[in-house]
Structures are given as C-alpha cells and as structure tokens.
Design a protein. Structure first.
Length: 142
C-alpha cells in the first residue's frame, strides 16, 4: 500500500526528530512495492529535504496511470540545469544545497532514482509547487 509505505517513512523520520509531515490524500489503488527498498528511497529523499530545505512534506497523488510519491521542501532547490547531474552517484553540487561543508558522498538521489527504475517507475526533480523549494518525485505505474 503506497500510503502505508509513505507513512512509515515519515514515522521513521519523526522518530528521528526530523521536521517532516505527511499530507494525507485520497487512498489510491494498491501497488506492488518492495517495501524495504522503497522505504529506503523515501528515507533518502526525506533526509535530503530536511538537510537542505529545513523540513519536508510527503504526499501521494494518483492520475489513473501512476502513483506519484512527492517529497517537498522549502529550501533553495537545485537549478534546472543541474538536476540531472544531481542524480548521478557521488555528485556533490556546489550550490546553496551544498552548504553543509561537503560531508557525505551524494548517493541519496541516485539510490532513489535506481529504486524508482527497479519498480518500473521514474524519478524527477522539480520545483515544489507547494513549498517553493525542491520536489523530489517518484512515479510508479499503477
């Protein structure tokens, strides 16, 4: 169940005292998800959103063909021209989203993209329509 998997990731983040909220929307159809792997993808996206944006909001949307898992933050975002580069393993962008002194190796987004593809889906980085920062979005076919 998409909602259960997303809520579990938000609950893990909240137990870690991260400022994350789950925006509960309509229940959609069931999707076959490898829960541990998909949970790891969401954990990585939530961690990045909180690290670079200060907080995160997780939501799920459906359009009849896909379920979309969204992780939004109010931070500085990633410039459009650097978004595909940001998804490559070991990439550390020299932008406002990299003000943490360069710690870490930059695997979170590439892991999320790989897990999305392994579920037959896609991974996108967009401007957050709700918070103004970055939206990390995974689409999974229904």
């Amino acid at each position: 169940e998409p909602v259960r998997v997303a809520r579990a990731a938000v609950d893990r983040a909240c137990r870690g005292e991260l400022p994350v909220e789950f925006e509960n929307g309509p229940e959609g159809p069931s999707i076959m998800l490898r829960e541990n792997a998909f949970g790891r993808a969401l954990d990585n996206l939530i961690g990045n959103a909180v690290r670079y944006g200060g907080s995160a909001k997780v939501s799920i949307e459906y359009d009849g063909e896909f379920a979309y898992f969204n992780v939004d933050d109010p931070g500085p975002g990633i410039p459009v021209e650097l978004r595909s580069e940001a998804q490559k393993p070991f990439t550390r962008l020299d932008t406002a989203r990299n003000q943490d002194g360069g710690s870490g190796v930059g695997l979170g987004l590439s892991i999320a993209a790989d897990i999305a593809r392994s579920h037959g889906g896609k991974f996108f980085l967009e401007e957050s329509p709700t918070l103004g920062g970055l939206r990390a979005r995974i689409s999974i076919p229904l």
